[in-house]
Design a protein around this ligand. Structure first.
Ligand code: COA
Length: 243
């Protein structure tokens, strides 16, 4: 079973995260699989839908077991940040369907998509600071872009969790739907009736508004990745059941 199941329905590509035993935590193999799909998808017009193969989930963040072992050098590889950049740069629109926790890197994955549709089971948070790291895969700049600096501060500094309605009120998601799969299919059907070339050029036009703090985030993350504090905090998460 692949970590990212791909189902092509005409020009709509459904990319399903399939690592339920770890709540779709994004390890290197999963983001690598996503990256491979992105490389294929840029060759022909297609809209991408990112969702979970298992209902009630989205992605529980970067894989903490892997993160714990990564050092400054690994931080400079910007593994998740790089894939999310390439997802954001997909030539045609992308939609995230969030039907469960979208935490840390999971929330950043959703934010790298053009549109977000959440179910009432969705939860959004950036718990990185509690783990001794920062939201280095886009949280520091995509989040304030979507929800404003004030709400971004609350989410980043306190780990504030937003349910689907609160996320919609904040502008983090575009809409709440009970059945995100069928709603996603409807929205995708409308978009794919537009001119592909015009969609592509509109995406390029909108990308002109993106800020560029990425290099700072990567450097800062490298500093934090080497800290004993981060190692201890991540160990506490991984061993929490035995406490
Ligand atoms: N990285 C690595 N493993 C993770 C993970 C992550 N981000 N999130 C969950 N897992 C693992 C758990 O360690 C557990 O593994 P185990 O069965 O080997 O012990 C398994 O996934 C199931 O997690 P569990 O917490 O038992 O599931 P749950 O349904 O009770 O809770 C979450 C789901 C998502 C609410 C909870 O797992 C969670 O809070 N995860 C961490 C989120 C986080 O801090 N993410 C930010 C990372 S930057």
């Amino acid at each position: 079973m692949s970590l990212v199941d791909v189902r092509r329905e005409g020009a709509i590509w459904w990319l399903a995260l399939a690592r339920p035993e770890k709540r779709n935590a994004l390890d290197a193999a999963t983001v690598g699989a996503l990256d491979e799909v992105l490389a294929q998808a840029h060759r022909q017009p297609c809209l991408l839908i990112v969702h979970s193969a298992t209902p009630g989930m989205f992605a529980a963040g970067a894989d903490i077991a892997e993160l714990r072992e990564r050092d400054a050098d690994a931080a400079f590889l910007a593994i998740n940040a790089g894939v999310f950049e390439r997802l954001e740069a997909h030539r045609w629109p992308t939609i995230a369907l969030i039907d469960g926790p979208a935490l840390g890197g999971g929330c950043e994955l959703a934010m790298a998509c053009d549109l977000r549709i959440a179910s009432p089971r969705a939860v959004f948070a950036q718990p990185e600071l509690g783990l001794g790291i920062l939201a280095g895969a886009g949280g520091n700049w995509r989040l304030p872009q979507l929800v404003g600096v004030g709400m971004a501060r609350r989410m980043l500094y306190t780990g504030l969790r937003l349910d689907a309605e609160a996320a919609a009120d904040a502008g983090l998601v575009d809409e709440v739907a009970d059945d995100v799969i069928s709603r996603g299919a409807e929205v995708a059907a409308v978009i794919t009736r537009q001119s592909w070339r015009a969609l592509e050029l509109t995406k390029l036009a909108l990308r002109a508004h993106r800020p560029a703090t990425t290099s700072f985030d990567i450097t800062a993350q490298a500093l934090l990745f080497d800290s004993p504090d981060k190692y201890e905090r991540m160990t506490r998460f991984l061993e929490r059941k035995s406490r």
